[in-house]
Design a protein around this ligand. Structure first.
Ligand SMILES: [Zn+2]
Length: 311
């Protein structure tokens, strides 16, 4: 299987409304209303059922013939699949000594090898993506360390103590003048507050470095958080990679009015386009949760998924 293509497609579709029909159909299925009417004959009475594979069926009890089948999507755990493929590969390698079946086994071996390569490509791309953020984090951290020592050095160069009351006034001046003070201005402040000129130069430089330190620290926190989110998101995808899309088969093509329904949380359409991907296999087995879905899939204004940007 072309796992990498599946992965790539999955990322592409995360912020599109590809699954709108699916979620509309789920809305219809999970609508808990005994007075639910058939979208074709408009009479009350829809029978719902679920088979062992988790496929959902809805049927009109009247003779209009309307029915709908929702075939569940399929997800794989990429880690498990990889582990199994490695096992298969070793087994096939061992079997290759059986010369009568050589060509057959050889083809199986090549196919399995292909699958493994595809999966490794997914991991490679994810590593590259994470590496960018790791490098950025390291660079920001280095800046922070540099500023830390710079600040310490400036502080040590202040020879005479500055009274706390004066310090507060100096901070106000620094803020009001946006940290840009000319030598003449500093000279005049030194005179006003009876301070040593060099001390004051160092004191303002210390304030400036402290501000830069805080800014870089904020940036570092941001990058760290982004990296964590990315790791988490990629991990979620690896645990639940969609390999077979859901399919909706409707016997009569009619315009259905989609009402609000309680959809199990795990297949809530809101879960798809946002950062956290928690779509699980056979979600319909899970108990219903109180979640009213107003819009099946938001098509605009939603958060862009991070991985897409880095593609
Ligand atoms: Zn009907």
């Amino acid at each position: 299987m072309d796992y990498f293509t599946k992965y790539d497609d999955y990322l592409k579709f995360l912020d599109q409304d590809k699954y709108k029909n699916y979620f509309d159909a789920l809305n219809l299925y999970y609508l808990d209303d005994p007075r639910q009417i058939c979208p074709v004959c408009n009479k009350i009475g829809i029978v719902k059922s679920k088979d062992a594979e988790g496929n959902l069926t809805m049927k009109c009890v009247h003779d209009c013939g309307w029915n709908m089948v929702i075939k569940s999507p399929e997800y794989i755990n990429v880690y498990h699949v990889r582990k199994n493929k490695i096992g298969e590969l070793n087994e096939l390698l061992y079997q290759l000594t059986d010369t009568t079946e050589f060509n057959k086994i050889k083809n199986q071996y090549l196919n399995t090898k292909h699958d493994l390569d595809e999966i490794d490509e997914i991991f490679e791309q994810q590593q590259n993506e994470k590496k960018k953020l790791i490098d950025e984090k390291f660079e920001t951290f280095s800046q922070l360390v540099e500023l830390f020592y710079q600040r310490k050095k400036l502080f040590n160069e202040i020879k005479n103590p500055i009274p706390n009351v004066t310090k507060l006034k100096l901070i106000d001046i620094f803020k009001n003048e946006k940290g840009t003070l000319s030598d003449t201005r500093i000279k005049s402040i030194a005179k006003d507050y009876d301070l040593n000129y060099d001390d004051l130069i160092n004191w303002f430089a210390w304030l400036k470095t402290s501000k830069a330190y805080i800014d870089v620290k904020t940036e570092l926190d941001k990058v760290s958080k982004e990296l964590e989110n990315d790791k988490k998101q990629l991990e979620d995808i690896n645990l639940n990679l969609l390999i077979i899309d859901p399919v909706i088969i409707e016997k009569k093509d009619v315009k259905r009015k989609v009402k609000e329904a309680e959809i199990p949380k795990k297949i809530s359409p809101k879960k798809l386009p946002i950062k956290k991907i928690v779509v699980k296999k056979s979600p319909v087995k899970k108990p219903l949760v109180k979640k009213v879905v107003k819009k099946p899939i938001p098509t605009s204004g939603q958060k862009k998924i991070k991985v897409k940007k880095l593609r």
